[in-house]
Write a protein that binds this ligand. Structure first.
Ligand SMILES: CC(C)(COP(=O)(O)OP(=O)(O)OC[C@H]1O[C@@H](n2cnc3c(N)ncnc32)[C@H](O)[C@@H]1OP(=O)(O)O)[C@@H](O)C(=O)NCCC(=O)NCCS
Length: 151
């Protein structure tokens, strides 16, 4: 695994987050944002994200943001999870690292559950979840998971 730092992002990291999400290609953006979206939309999303509401965990390599996971309140006492890793850094365990960091943060914050949705084609995310014993369910909107967190 590359030598990386994991930490919560704040306002000072906004430009790095904009660059990271803006830099995803069309397929990755579709996976990250659950459908088609433009790089401008992804950049705009990052430029407006409220760090006081949404917790964003960043993965840095030599001060460069190469991946980020977020927890956004889901209105049911839990948070919706999303994650992306730079294409040239995939397959080195960083998505797994960010997923574990998000699960830990959510549990420490006393959240009841972590939820997530993904496209049916998202084999990598499904592999990460399955390895952690997380069951993937399906409804009309596609695969999803509802992970109960220890109180
Ligand atoms: C999903 C994502 C975050 C994974 O990041 P990553 O750094 O590659 O993740 P890891 O290296 O920790 O793990 C990838 C897993 O996928 C598996 N994998 C890789 N290629 C695969 C393939 N073609 N088919 C099935 N599994 C595959 C790896 O074996 C690994 O599983 P393992 O730990 O059981 O061996 C990354 O692909 C990504 O950013 N995708 C675009 C955004 C996205 O889909 N976000 C999720 C929805 S919000």
């Amino acid at each position: 695994m590359p030598d990386t730092d994991i930490r919560l992002l704040d306002e000072q990291d906004r430009a790095a987050l904009v660059n990271h999400l803006f830099g995803l290609d069309a397929e990755e953006r579709a996976s990250r944002f659950m459908g088609r979206s433009s790089s401008e939309m992804a950049g705009r999303y990052a430029s407006k994200l409220d760090f006081a509401v949404t917790s964003v965990i960043g993965c840095f390599e030599a001060d460069h943001l190469i991946g980020a996971a977020e927890l956004h309140p889901n209105g049911q006492g839990g948070a919706e999870f999303a994650v992306a890793v730079d294409p040239d850094r995939r397959g080195h365990g960083l998505g797994s690292l960010l997923t574990d960091a998000a699960l830990e943060l959510a549990a420490h914050a006393g959240l009841a559950e972590m939820t997530l949705h993904c496209l049916p084609t998202n084999c990598r995310l499904v592999a990460i979840l399955s390895r952690r014993g997380i069951r993937i369910l399906h409804d009309e909107s596609g695969p999803f998971a509802r992970i109960a967190l220890a109180a």
